[in-house]
Design a binder for this molecule. Structure first.
Ligand SMILES: O=C(O)C1=C[C@@H](OP(=O)(O)O)[C@@H](O)[C@H](O)C1
Ligand SMILES: C=C(OP(=O)(O)O)C(=O)O
Length: 438
């Protein structure tokens, strides 16, 4: 798909089949970094192969980490207590899960590093993380605009045993400090107390972080969402083998396809035992009227209304806990029986693009009435005869491309521009999609 300027989607009436999900982006990038910082070697299977994991793998290799590839989705990482390479310029693409945790780890480890990304990455805030790290003694300078990458990191003196991190712009700042914390604990021989300032968003991603840190031998003491303590003696130990479960955000497109395309669509790789918050998107499609069956590691959706010629039920929902899968709900709203409101999604404005503006602009092209505010979006379904043919801009945002593939179930001709942008998290998305629809 890479390099293809556009993809015209045929009109679809049905979706049915089984999808084997690619590995979770959030888990893959966390596990890669934790393996690099752990005593011993870790074999990782089910690793996501995409732009976001590619930049993390490339950065770790540039830092001197030994990575052996067994198969495209299987690597072994030899952990270190200090990165062997003490001077490096690292390119982080547009991967929030790479640049933010690596910034914290590099700031606490010593060495001279610069981190940069694609132009959009230089518009995505990192100031709250840098302020927190500077507050504990790290030396970080901005190479461009204050508050945004690119950054330069220098070795610091003693690090304090207390750090405050703002949680209201991105949970990735807290994740970054948590994952790097054992490095600070090792240097100071004191527990590290992390205070969260402001209302923490996207909380389930912190659960992923704590779960994986525990699998690498570090148990964080947690006081609600306000304070986290990483104890004296905390040090990562390899669990030897980690299997990465399927990506729950990627699952959302297929859950939605099952709902609007009749199904059954079975998604293998995430299920009731998933550690990812985005599996809760199955509750959204269920509340909209689809039939959902959950097993430990799979979910099956049947769009029972489609057979009855009914529409999906409208919703008015706070999506703060699942900001990525929430975009799929905005696309599903086109097929609802009334206006659908997505609330508490302000973080959309600082992701791959301003997703509130982008969604509004592109949904309107199809004929939908859309309203929005600083942190909300309301989508009115498109009535019979109201659909318009449209070329959908994707703003280099993988989720825009994947969400708008659902519009092929409407009554217009839909063309996705720059479909290759799905390579950020799901390079084979349109092949998998093509195998389900008819
Ligand atoms: O920690 C993570 O793996 C992620 C956290 C979320 O970001 P925010 O915390 O910025 O909402 C999410 O949108 C992103 O795709 C992945
Ligand atoms: C926000 C996203 O990515 P990132 O990890 O770059 O923040 C996303 O994948 O929707």
């Amino acid at each position: 798909m890479s390099g293809v300027p556009s993809l015209e989607l045929g009109h679809c009436v049905a979706a049915q089949g089984t999808v084997h999900l690619p590995g979770s982006k959030s888990i893959s990038n966390r596990v890669l970094l934790l393996s690099a910082l752990a005593a011993g070697a870790t074999r990782i299977d089910g690793l996501l192969q995409s732009d976001d994991t590619h930049v993390m793998l490339t950065a770790l290799a540039a830092l001197g980490i030994k990575i052996t590839t067994h198969a495209p989705d299987s690597v072994s990482v030899q952990g270190v207590s200090r990165f062997p390479v003490e001077r490096a310029e690292l390119f982080m693409g547009n991967a929030g899960t790479a640049i933010r945790p690596l910034t914290a780890a590099l700031a606490m480890m010593g060495g001279h590093y610069s981190l940069s990304g694609v132009p959009r990455m230089h518009e995505r805030p990192i100031g709250d993380l840098v302020d927190g790290l500077r507050g504990m003694g790290a030396r970080i300078n901005y190479l461009g605009q204050e508050g945004y990458p690119p950054l330069h990191i220098e070795p610091s003196g003693a690090l304090s045993d207390r750090v405050a991190v703002q949680g209201s712009v991105s949970s990735q700042f807290l994740t970054a400090v948590l994952m790097a914390a054992p490095l600070a604990v090792a240097r100071s021989s004191k527990a590290l107390v992390i205070d969260v300032v402001g209302e923490l968003i996207s909380k389930p991603y912190i659960d992923i972080t704590l779960n994986l840190m525990a699998r690498f031998g570090v148990t964080v003491q947690r006081h609600g969402w306000q304070q986290f303590v990483v104890p004296v003696g905390a040090a990562y130990r390899s669990p030897e083998h980690i299997y990465v479960e399927g990506d729950a955000s990627s699952a959302s497109y297929f859950l939605a396809l099952g709902a609007i395309g009749g199904g059954p669509v079975k998604i293998v790789g995430v299920g009731a035992q998933s550690i990812q918050g985005d599996v809760a998107f199955a509750d959204t499609v269920q509340a909209m009227g689809a039939l959902v069956k959950r097993d430990a590691a799979s979910i099956e959706v049947t769009g029972i209304q489609v057979a009855r010629g009914e529409k999906l039920k409208a919703f008015d929902t706070d999506f703060n806990l699942i900001p990525d899968a929430a975009m799929t709900a905005a696309a599903l709203a086109l097929f609802a029986d009334g206006p659908c409101t997505l609330r508490n999604i302000g973080s959309w404005r600082v992701k791959e693009t301003d997703r509130i503006d982008a969604m509004q602009t592109e949904l309107r092209k199809l004929g939908a009435q859309v309203e929005s505010g600083p942190d909300w979006l309301r989508v009115f379904p498109i009535a019979q005869g109201g659909w318009r043919d449209a070329s959908i801009h994707t703003y280099d945002d993988h989720r825009m491309a994947m969400c708008f593939s659902l519009a092929a179930f409407g009554q217009s001709r839909v063309t996705i521009l720059d479909p290759g942008c799905v390579s950020k998290t799901f390079p084979t998305y349109f092949d998998v999609y093509g195998g389900l629809i008819s």
